[in-house]
Design a binder for this molecule. Structure first.
Ligand SMILES: [Zn+2]
Length: 121
């Protein structure tokens, strides 16, 4: 199997700025969804949404917020790895993680091979 290429310094700098942007985006998302995640209360104008619908929507929103929070955690970890110059390497096998993968998920800490093995269980 072909090994992925080492990242260039400019690629790492680009991905680090992606990480910072992603951190801001995720924090912003958590801010804007904060009020919707509060327990459903009866509102003056119930409109077409029943209380059940509102509770359903709220539970989806809470689940999404949990995913966002977890991703933010991964981003923060990736930023500390960038400080220690271990960014862009698989934490399991120490091989470089491919640039396209990091471009899609700048917080990725495992190469596809290792990640795939974990998902196969
Ligand atoms: Zn690996």
């Amino acid at each position: 199997m072909a090994m992925d290429q080492e990242l260039s310094i400019s690629q790492i700098q680009e991905l680090e700025s992606d990480l910072h942007q992603l951190k801001l985006d995720l924090e912003g998302l958590l801010d804007t969804t904060e009020s919707g995640a509060k327990p459903v209360t009866l509102r003056d104008n119930t409109g077409r949404l029943s209380r059940m619908d509102e509770m359903h929507n709220q539970s989806i929103l809470v689940a999404n917020r949990n995913l966002t929070r977890n991703r933010l955690k991964q981003v923060l970890i990736a930023l500390t790895r960038a400080d220690k110059d271990t960014y862009g390497r698989c934490t399991t096998c120490d091989e470089p993680i491919s640039y396209p993968r990091l471009k899609a998920y700048p917080e990725a800490d495992m190469c596809l091979d290792c990640k795939g093995e974990i998902e196969r269980g």
